[in-house]
Design a protein around this ligand. Structure first.
Ligand code: FAD
Ligand code: NAI
Length: 464
């Protein structure tokens, strides 16, 4: 270690970006500390994000399979009883085990956890609580938090954000979800499956911005069929809470007549914003962009020498795996190696039922860049999905019309999140649709639908 400083690397924030950066830096022989103000490590993802939401999605999926007749279709007759306390218990257990696991990994790799809120004093000095520490390299991995809706106060009882929505002590009768993005659809699904009526209000004309157009439309159809009511092209102008009820005032996004909806739970899920408040960026002369993000170069270096940034606090999709990969890359760059993240190939998954996943360009974006060929295959024609009574969804492969190189893959399928990994790997290796079409896929698997969609790019799928 450089004797001039307390640490070679100080990471601010122990989310999937920060804790991974810290572990990799330590693995590379650098003396490393990680500052985290939360009681437990793991950031948004492990504490109040990916992990607890998946715990509730998994459990509620079983509940609905039992209650909604999917199990009966398989010859299993059950009348389930909801024990919401136990369901929350298995959620908090999962979080406890995984956050504890990161603490174990810190000890194993000799990463020092500095407990407290970190703030820059200068580009090499950070105060953490009452202490001041110095480091040769400082990585900002402070993540993001909920974007508030002006005029709507989150009380975590009637009006909740994603954290409150994970912990509701009782199933709401009517939940109004503001924002038809990933959080709204995942957490709306949890409570709908457990018995709530769910109304989703989305400002744009379609849910899931950023996803392929056809996928957005089909997903909307599927969620409607499941009983979610959608008000698209609609904005919320106010939420008034009286006792245990909320009155939500909405009007068409383009303007028009207002109407009100009453609910006993309102979930605000209109996006997340980067965490830079109180970080003392002004003390090191680092400015954020218009969206409040810290800009970096391809190596994750900011404009201030020795200060780096990764994860939700920098531009790009706000996803745990993107943050993790950037964490590895930044540590390798600090150690003088070549750390790279290919931002063109970052998969995105919505863990609803069915799952919705994509990687690469949407058809719309691909067409803007040039001529494309598209192959599609419905899950209805996939033998495994059909046998499992999972008819909804499709796979779509988008390839360059001239080179056949795969530009994007999109799926709606029960296990789309698992299927998309092979598409990401193929794209990372520069695969053509023909490469995928001539790769032997195990039968009967859902993944065969990716092979058949790739075959359909040249019009030669077998089972349709
Ligand atoms: P974070 O995980 O936000 O961690 C940042 C940490 O820094 C926090 O613990 C914070 O306390 C700490 N911190 C901030 N400022 C300071 C400071 N000044 N001093 C000390 N510590 C500080 N992504 C997926 O890929 N898959 C999913 O299924 C998924 N599900 C999600 C579900 C929900 C409900 C939510 C809210 C998010 C979900 N995400 C998911 C997004 C994912 O959680 C984030 O993309 C990811 O956590 C970002 O990692 P990060 O390390 O950049 O920041
Ligand atoms: P989001 O950006 O996915 O969706 C927000 C939605 O709200 C958009 O559709 C937007 O048009 C709409 N909206 C914005 N303002 C509105 C208004 N005033 N009224 C009505 N609708 C409005 O954000 P979300 O769902 O809050 O999630 C935040 C981030 O967390 C996402 O960017 C995602 O990356 C991450 N996340 C990822 C998950 C996953 O990977 N499975 C799960 C949950 C979150």
């Amino acid at each position: 270690a450089d004797q001039q400083y307390d640490y070679d690397v100080l990471v601010i924030g122990a989310g999937p970006g920060g804790y991974v950066a810290a572990i990799r830096a330590a693995q590379l022989g650098l003396k490393t500390a990680c500052a985290e103000s939360r009681e437990t490590l793991g950031g948004t993802c492990l504490n109040v994000g990916c992990i607890p939401s998946k715990a509730m999605l998994h459990a509620s999926e079983y509940f609905e399979a039992a209650a909604g007749g999917a199990m009966a279709k398989l010859g299993i007759k059950v009348t389930p009883e909801l024990d919401l306390g136990a369901m929350h218990g298995q959620r908090t257990d999962a979080v406890k085990q995984l956050t504890g696991g990161i603490e174990f990994l810190f000890k194993k790799n000799k990463v020092t956890w500095l407990k407290g809120k970190a703030s820059f004093e200068d580009a090499r000095t950070v105060s953490v609580g009452k202490d001041k520490v110095t480091a040769k390299n400082i990585v900002i991995a402070t993540g993001s938090s909920v974007t508030p809706l002006p005029g709507v106060e989150i009380d975590q009882k009637v009006v909740v954000d994603s954290t409150g929505a994970l912990e509701l002590p009782k199933v709401p009768e009517h939940m109004v979800v503001i924002g038809g993005g990933v959080i709204g659809l995942e957490l709306g699904s949890v409570w709908r499956r457990l018995g709530a009526k769910v109304t989703c209000i989305e400002f744009l004309d379609q849910i899931l911005p950023g996803f392929d157009g056809e996928v957005r439309k089909e997903a909307n159809k599927i969620f409607k069929k499941q009983g979610v009511e959608f008000k698209l092209g609609t904005k919320v102008t106010g939420v008034a809470v009286k006792g245990k009820k909320a009155t939500v005032t909405i009007e068409p996004a383009k303007g028009g007549e207002a109407e009100t909806i009453t609910a006993d739970c309102v979930l605000v899920s209109i996006g997340r914003k980067p965490n830079t408040d109180g970080l003392g960026l002004d003390k090191i002369g680092l400015e954020t962009n218009q969206r409040g993000q810290i800009e970096t170069d391809h190596d994750f270096a900011t404009r201030v020498a020795g200060v780096w940034a990764i994860g939700d606090v920098i531009p790009g999709p706000m996803l745990a795996h993107k943050a993790e990969d950037e964490g590895i890359a930044v540590a390798e760059n600090i150690a003088g190696q070549t750390g790279i993240v290919n931002h063109d190939v970052i998969p995105s998954v919505v863990y609803t039922w069915p799952e919705i996943a994509g990687v690469g360009l949407t058809e719309e974006a691909a067409k803007e860049k040039g001529e494309v060929k598209v192959g599609k295959f419905p899950m209805l024609a996939n033998s495994r999905a059909k046998t499992n009574h999972e008819p909804d969804g499709f796979v779509k492969v988008i390839a360059d019309a001239k080179t056949d190189r795969v530009l994007g893959v999109w799926c709606i399928a029960s296990v789309a999140g698992t299927m998309i990994a092979q598409a990401a790997q193929a794209m990372e290796f520069g695969a053509t649709s023909e490469d995928i079409a001539y790769t032997c896929h195990a039968h009967p698997t859902h993944s065969e639908a990716i092979k058949e969609a790739a075959m359909a790019v040249t019009g030669k799928a077998i089972h349709i």
